[in-house]
Design a protein around this ligand. Structure first.
Ligand SMILES: Nc1ncnc2c1ncn2[C@@H]1O[C@H](COP(=O)(O)OP(=O)(O)OP(=O)(O)O)[C@@H](O)[C@H]1O
Length: 274
């Protein structure tokens, strides 16, 4: 697998995709299930036909910016970060037909006449289906506060911090940390995923537009000038949700409001007396 990963390094893949790999997805993998759908595209559970090993493959329209997810993932190797294997581009997309559980590949319709590859495929390790969002929702269903919740929350929180610390040590900012982007590996270990909004900690150009998920975004993230601390803001909100039952949007908004006030106080040295 390491060899395969090396063979298909960032620079090699362009050549591979323009040459032989036109239908690589369906020729090498058996798609088993659609795991999720996001802004970029869909993520599929697949089985490698030769190796008989299951992976996750993310399929979306190719844009120059979508390569930053691949670039970052290929730079990261950590137990708490979803493992990247390889990527390639095809001029055919892929659509899972939910009505009859069948699937088909399709040619791009919106870039017709353009001979360049138009779909990006990212092969990753397969994580458990339930994300941290599901874990929190499940815990919130329990009427009495589960005594194990604190214990498990602490372990999860520590692992998220480990992953984020590593991302920052490589000079990246995730920018979209939220429970739905935190998954679990085979041993229940945390796996941070969805690096679609990742940016470099010294790349001002990428920060001219407001990006992220509003309910987890640091207040300064709407402006151009911010740094890795925006990830820490999101972490704080995730820790609240891990530990306490914030079942309504109103409760969530209250926590976020408090967090914004505290951040403002911290950033501007303002003390508010009530
Ligand atoms: N490696 C993986 N293993 C298992 N499931 C995954 C994996 N990667 C993603 N998923 C599932 O697919 C869903 C969509 O993935 P992801 O968030 O990466 O896509 P996206 O298009 O970038 O979404 P977004 O709109 O949040 O940016 C996730 O919520 C998760 O449930």
């Amino acid at each position: 697998l390491q060899q395969q990963s090396n063979d298909h390094s960032l620079s090699n893949n362009f050549n591979v995709s323009q040459g032989v790999a036109v239908h690589r997805f369906t020729s090498e993998f058996e798609p088993l299930e659609r795991l999720g759908k996001g802004a970029f595209g869909s993520v599929y559970k697949v089985r490698d036909k030769k190796l008989k090993i299951e992976y996750a493959v993310k399929v979306g329209c190719y844009k120059e910016k979508s390569l930053r997810e691949v670039r970052t993932l290929s730079d990261l190797f950590h137990r708490n970060i979803v493992r990247y294997y390889t990527f390639w581009m095809q001029d055919t997309g892929y659509e899972w037909d939910l009505r009859d559980d069948s699937y088909d590949s399709y040619a791009s319709s919106h870039h017709e006449g353009n001979s360049e590859s138009k779909f990006l495929y990212i092969q990753m390790e397969l994580c458990a289906k339930n994300t941290l969002r599901d874990w929190i929702d499940e815990k919130n269903k329990e009427s009495v506060q589960d005594s194990k919740r604190r214990e498990e929350s602490l372990r999860i929180a520590q692992e998220i911090v480990c992953g984020v610390e590593y991302i920052h040590s490589k000079n990246h900012i995730h920018r979209d940390l939220k429970p739905a982007n935190i998954m679990f590996g085979v041993e229940g270990e945390v796996k941070i995923g969805d690096f679609g909004l990742v940016t470099s900690d010294d790349d001002d150009e990428e920060r001219t537009v407001c990006k992220g998920t509003p309910s987890y975004m640091a207040p300064e993230q709407v402006r151009w000038k911010y740094n890795r601390k925006v990830d820490m803001f999101a972490l704080g909100l995730i820790f609240f949700e891990l530990l306490w039952k914030l079942s309504t949007g109103y409760e969530r908004a209250k926590v976020r409001f408090t967090a914004v006030i505290l951040t403002t106080v911290h950033m501007h040295g303002v003390i508010i007396y009530q």
